[in-house]
Write a protein that binds this ligand. Structure first.
Ligand code: HEM
Length: 226
């Protein structure tokens, strides 16, 4: 975008349009898609939901919970280890950016020994990588937030070349921290007030698209917690 602006400084409208579309697709659509899959997985895994609810109640006092005055300090965000783990697990199984592609500037040999020609394109399927037994183990298809938690109860950090939802290397997502912040605020605010019930019979199917949205959306009923 910076390059586009420098090459064409007399047309700032195009620059701002591109910046805006970039943010809408790269920041808004990815985060909202991640949350749809997350809430669907919670509905399918009520034990995970109750563990998150318990974690919220343990870490916030009743007054703050009632007034939604939740994240006054950034450190509060790091207390919700189980919620963080459940979000990572959801992003592993349903990465909002399900694939990426790269092209070499010149013919090269990959560390694996594969030769790539100047005009080749390498397609990386982040969706498949998140479900490969060789990468995540025998239980790779199970939704298991525990895999992200260390024996000492902290977050287990996985290398970005393994957990690829935010891409890896120099073009990795710049908004990763902001995305987690937004998802945690939203998830905490909703989960401590409501239980999400997916409408019976509503089909949940991934859309064949650059952003892994739900083809028919997520139709839900909110049940207020007592
Ligand atoms: C769950 C939410 C998100 C996911 C899964 C995600 C994922 C990604 C991925 C896979 C890329 C690499 C795209 C490519 O190479 O073609 C990327 C790039 C980027 N993301 Fe995110 N993103 C998320 C949220 C956000 C948010 C909230 C922001 C900003 C507030 C953001 C800003 C960016 C930017 C600026 C880049 C381009 C980085 C570069 O090319 O140097 N993202 N993101």
């Amino acid at each position: 975008m910076e390059l586009a602006y420098k090459e064409n400084p007399e047309n700032p409208d195009k620059f701002f349009r591109d910046a805006l579309v970039n943010m809408m697709v790269g920041a808004r659509d990815t985060t909202s898609t991640a949350l749809s899959w997350f809430f669907w997985l919670l509905w399918k895994n009520p034990i995970t939901e109750s563990k998150i609810l318990q974690e919220i109640k343990t870490n916030f006092n009743t007054e703050d919970l009632k007034s939604c005055n939740l994240f006054k300090k950034r450190e509060e965000m790091h207390k919700l280890v189980y919620l963080h783990a459940a979000l990572c697990e959801s992003l592993r199984l349903f990465p909002p950016a399900p694939f990426n592609h790269k092209a070499p500037k010149q013919a090269d040999v990959l560390p694996s020994g594969h030769r790539v020609g100047k005009n080749s394109k390498i397609v990386l399927s982040f969706y498949s990588m998140g479900r490969m037994e060789g990468i995540w183990g025998k239980d790779c298809l199970e939704f298991k937030p525990e895999r992200w938690i260390t024996e000492k109860g902290g977050i287990k950090h996985e290398p970005s070349y393994k957990f690829t939802a935010f891409n890896a290397g120099p073009r990795a997502c710049l908004g990763k921290d902001m995305a987690f912040t937004q998802m945690k605020i939203l998830a905490t605010t909703i989960i401590h007030r409501y239980s999400i019930q997916v409408v019976t019979g509503h089909p949940i199917v991934p859309k064949d698209s650059v952003v892994l949205e739900m083809k028919y959306g997520l139709r839900i009923r909110l049940e207020k917690r007592s």
